[in-house]
Write a protein of this length. Structure first.
Length: 133
């Protein structure tokens, strides 16, 4: 198999991992997100190595380097778009989680305030003991 074909395969693998990462983000499966990100990180040195090999191969075979790089650039631009979209989606998920956290925090404070207002200080101990019996 040619270095160029291997390189294209690595980029396609990256695209598949990015799609799987998106699905994991949507499912709030952060363990799977981490697995996808680690796998993409592991692909980086392979892509660099195969890029160098492909460039040597193009020179050896007197192939049209500009056309081959254009093909790769198109694929890389698609990956950049997908990665950017995943980053934006993670930011949305994070903002949603922060909003939910703040809502729960407010609810907790409200419950605490209600308890302070309606449960007399001396009755709090009795209520606590009743809940354990």
């Amino acid at each position: 198999m040619s270095a160029h074909a291997i390189l294209l395969g690595l980029y396609r693998e990256w695209r598949a991992l990015t799609g799987a990462e998106r699905e994991a983000i949507e499912a709030n499966d952060w363990r799977r997100v981490k697995i996808c990100q680690t796998a993409k990180s592991d692909l980086q040195p392979k892509i660099l190595r195969e890029t160098q090999e492909a460039q040597k191969e193009w020179a050896r075979n007197r192939q049209d380097r500009a056309a081959l790089e254009k093909e790769l650039r198109s694929l890389i631009n698609e990956l950049i778009y997908l990665e950017t979209r995943n980053g934006e989606f993670i930011a949305q998920q994070r903002a949603s989680a922060e909003e939910e956290f703040l809502t729960l925090e407010r609810s907790g404070r409200n419950l605490h305030n209600i308890q302070r207002r309606y449960v007399p200080e001396t009755g709090r101990t009795a209520i606590a003991w009743e809940s354990y019996s």
